[in-house]
Unconditional design. Structure first.
Length: 249
């Protein structure tokens, strides 16, 4: 059962997992970086609590505690109950969502583990904006994509802003990194995936025309420039295609 602990001192060290969330030491790739997964808001906290991610603690106002009561059944972590003003002083900015949840990062999933049973995967390359990463996971969940894979120079999908923009779907949709990018794309071909590189080029065929099998890997690059390594990947791709806003029958 969750342990409710009332705190009114923003300097309380028990709140350190939530302190200065915009600070650079939150990054896992820096020496002594915390690298914790932070979920903002009731919906994202609910999805974290229902995921494979192990929660450490929650920080929030009393109203959010009531809204999360059912989700916290059987969860043996502290809920630090405080005011909105104390939360703002702790995290470093005003947080109108009223609740935060912190979790450990689990070991990364292996590529073969993520591909097992998948039919549609999105492969991201060069997407280094955390909000774009989050929106891609949100769209992947809505469109029934089974997994998201990362190529070179792709931002951390578990950074706080990416988790928030994804509405928590980054905690639900499996993801893994493709080793030895872009040569590692052969693993997808070996697992029966047709590789299709998406492009804004209006002369490219449509996605519906390009798809020939029941397992497809869609390669997407950063906004405006498509995949930087398209030339490297093209020998392994069926073709480049554009995505019209129309149903695929």
């Amino acid at each position: 059962m969750v342990h409710v602990i009332d705190i009114d001192d923003p300097a309380d060290t028990r709140l350190d997992d939530f302190r200065d969330l915009n600070s650079s030491d939150r990054r896992p790739d820096l020496p002594e970086g915390k690298g914790l997964v932070i979920a903002e808001g009731v919906l994202v906290a609910q999805r974290l609590l229902a995921s494979r991610f192990e929660p450490i603690s929650l920080l929030g106002v009393d109203r959010r505690l009531s809204e999360l009561a059912d989700d916290l059944e059987g969860v043996d972590v502290p809920f630090y109950r405080t005011s909105a003003d104390v939360m703002a002083e702790v995290v470093g900015f005003h947080l109108n969502r009223g609740v935060l949840a912190a979790a450990h990062r689990p070991p990364p999933l292996e590529l073969q583990e993520v591909l097992r049973g998948a039919r549609t995967v999105a492969v991201l390359e060069g997407v280094n904006d955390h909000e774009n990463i989050g929106s891609m996971f949100r769209n992947a969940a809505g469109l029934g994509v089974d997994a998201v894979l990362f190529g070179g120079s792709t931002a951390d999908p578990l950074y706080r802003r990416a988790v928030r923009v994804s509405m928590g779907h980054v905690l639900r949709v499996p993801f893994a990194r493709v080793p030895e990018w872009p040569r590692g794309l052969h693993v997808l071909r070996d697992n029966g995936f047709q590789l299709i590189s998406l492009t804004p080029n209006p002369s490219a065929v449509t996605l519906a025309e390009a798809m020939t099998g029941d397992k497809v890997a869609l390669l997407l690059g950063a906004e405006g420039r498509a995949c930087r390594s398209t030339r490297c990947a093209t020998p392994m791709c069926a073709r480049g295609s554009r995505w019209r806003r129309e149903p695929i029958h």
